[in-house]
Design a protein around this ligand. Structure first.
Ligand code: SF4
Length: 494
């Protein structure tokens, strides 16, 4: 499928994503090339105040059609952003008419965080039912997804408004880019540990230097660390002495009296030996993630995870025996070869294990994953089946007494679904709220870690550490210098 899209440059961002909701994998040409396009889209934007209008027109062999969207600019609204939203909505509505279908329950909410839109509307004074109406009219979101995202935003208000939303609070993420093996769907920095074993020790040495440098810079700054999250990769695949050194360094250089949360992503259950679990607990880690993704052994084998369901259960027993009272488990809907029956069985087994947190992901076929090249060979669930699996999992999470408390959407998810974090009340992970809602500085340390520095004027400055361990080691001095400079800015400006 080739689609030609003609729209003014400044209003074009995001329209491609909307077109691909209807035509995944299509080729989109911009401008007016005289080639054999199957569909030609022409978008005109008129921003005469106080009303703006976007007209989307479509030409194809099946006929021509058009759609007009109009909006009054609210006081204080950003004209360009509003025109872009209107352009995306006009294209969405036009393609909805043309294809006689609504392919995504999230409408034009692609490439934006749904909760951020809801927080903005709540801050503008709209109540929950007015927000729901706006999500339907202005973003083409279905009522059940609107209810979901509004309930999550309302849950988060407590954290974002009661002083934890204060800009001096900060989170620290530590990235350890090694895993026992690489999962078929993985797009994270995750280097198979045994193949890259020579990099483990130099990487840990470099990481310890960066943690110490960030701790020193933070001591002089007005920022204080509320939460530390060690992820990756699989941090627990380090040698016990290496992991212990990282945890001790966090305790020495980053944790203060304001630090209320310390999480380690166990990820792979087979790495959670009694020794590793004990090291984490002794160092004051209070939250552990044990991620089965599925409780079906045949799927675990098919997706390249070298562990069994029995090892998941054993890891959870060890975590409980060591004293962990907050355990998260990740599950993915849409794994190759799975059906709603598999999801039901997976969730039944998880309900027996009773984790305090559950992260429900929808499979996303990412460019950096091996799955992207194998997707045509794998028996992938359909969009409808994946949506039913998510529905099944959500229902089971609610039966456990859990509430949804953070969410995000990714491109290329099966069935245009979402990723949702559920929690038993009182066990929510502050780091997950902070990283999703972008109201605080979050400092990323280690390979592949991203930092978001919130400046006093409300602007975020992003920095990214190299994801390859060898480049991270090589560029460590520069990586540290950039962070020190940004944190020094914070001292001068707050
Ligand atoms: S465990 Fe996670 S980070 Fe490691 S390879 Fe699998 S998906 Fe990637």
């Amino acid at each position: 499928m080739i689609i030609t899209m003609n729209a003014p440059d400044i209003y074009r961002p995001g329209i491609d994503d909307v077109i691909r909701v209807f035509y995944p994998g299509c080729i989109i040409q911009t401008g007016n090339p005289d080639t054999g396009a199957n569909i030609k889209l022409h978008i005109t934007v008129d921003v005469k105040q106080p009303c703006m209008q976007v007209q989307a027109q479509l030409k194809s062999a099946a006929g021509d059609s058009g759609h007009i969207e109009q909006s009054r600019l609210e006081p204080g609204a950003n004209e360009r952003n509003e025109a872009r939203r209107l352009a995306r909505l006009a294209v969405y509505r036009l393609l909805e008419q043309f294809t006689c279908g609504r392919p995504s329950p999230w409408g034009i909410m692609t490439g934006i965080r749904p909760t951020k839109v809801v927080h903005r509307l709540l801050e503008q004074g709209f109540n929950a039912s007015e927000v729901k109406a706006k999500l339907a009219d202005e973003f083409a979101v279905t009522p059940d997804k609107a209810d979901l995202v509004i309930s999550i935003a309302l849950f988060q208000r407590h954290y974002l408004a009661d002083g934890l939303g204060h800009s001096h609070r900060t989170g620290v993420y530590i990235g350890i880019p090694f895993c026992p093996s690489r999962c078929l769907y993985c797009s994270f920095p995750a280097y198979p540990r045994d193949k890259h074993r020579q990099w483990l020790a130099p990487f840990v040495s470099a990481l310890l230097r960066e943690i110490e440098a960030v701790g020193r810079a933070l001591r002089d700054s007005p920022l204080s660390v509320s939460c530390v999250y060690i992820g990756g990769g699989t941090p627990t695949c380090l040698e016990p002495a290496q992991l212990n050194a990282v945890l001790e360094s966090v305790n020495t250089h980053l944790r203060t009296t304001t630090t209320t949360e310390f999480t380690v992503e166990g990820g792979r259950p087979e790495t959670l030996t009694a020794e590793i679990t004990g090291i984490c607990r002794a160092a004051g880690v209070d939250r552990l993630s044990i991620n089965p993704q599925t409780m079906q052994d045949r799927t675990l084998r098919a997706i390249g995870r070298h562990h069994t369901v029995a090892e998941v259960i054993l890891a959870l027993e060890r975590a409980r025996a060591t004293g962990f009272a907050s355990v998260n488990m990740d599950v993915i809907a849409g794994l190759p070869g799975e059906t709603v029956i598999d999801m039901r069985d997976t969730m039944d087994q998880i309900m027996e294990l009773r984790p305090e947190n559950l992260s429900l992901h929808t499979l996303a076929v990412k460019k950096a994953s091996q799955l992207r090249w194998e997707v045509s060979k794998q028996p992938m669930p359909t969009a409808k089946e994946t949506a039913a699996m998510m529905q099944e999992a959500r229902h089971r999470a609610q039966m456990l007494g859990m509430l949804p408390y953070y969410m995000y959407r990714q491109k290329n998810t099966l069935g245009h679904q979402e990723n949702i974090g559920y929690t038993l009340p009182g066990h929510e992970c502050l780091y997950n709220i902070m990283i999703m809602e972008e109201k605080h500085t979050v400092i990323g340390v280690g390979a592949g870690a991203g930092s978001k520095f919130l400046r006093p004027d409300g602007v975020f400055v992003n920095q990214h550490n190299p994801k390859e361990p060898w480049l991270y080691i090589e560029r460590l001095d520069k990586v540290i210098k950039k962070k020190e400079t940004e944190l020094a800015e914070a001292i001068n400006k707050f």
